[in-house]
Design a protein around this ligand. Structure first.
Ligand code: FES
Length: 102
């Protein structure tokens, strides 16, 4: 199990536990505000945009080229932006904190 904390735009900190699936699914199944997952996780809507603090970026790895292309069209993009449907939950993500960007 990995504990993952979502920080909403209202600065709510919500910690959830999971062992598989994507961060987007975890967020939408638990009603995290600002994560919509409209495309179902196929990297075509950007409604799952999060910012990953630098100290956690090694856990989530690099965005793919397709993900980067979609992020370029999104609001509030930063160097640490990720589309959380593209981040799969593993034990290595334990302790991860992500900030909802939308
Ligand atoms: S859910 Fe659509 S890009 Fe992530």
């Amino acid at each position: 199990m990995a504990k993952i904390t979502f920080v909403t735009r209202d600065n709510e900190h919500i910690t959830l536990e999971a062992s598989s699936g994507s961060l987007m699914k975890l967020a939408t199944q638990n009603g995290i505000k600002g994560i919509e997952g409209e495309c179902g996780g196929v990297c075509s809507c950007a409604t799952c945009h999060v910012h990953v603090p630098e100290e956690h970026s090694a856990k989530t790895g690099e965005a793919s080229e397709i993900e980067k292309d979609l992020l370029e069209l999104s609001d509030n993009v930063q160097d640490n932006s990720r589309l959380c449907c593209q981040v799969q939950i593993t034990e290595e993500l334990d302790g991860l904190v992500v900030h909802v960007a939308n």
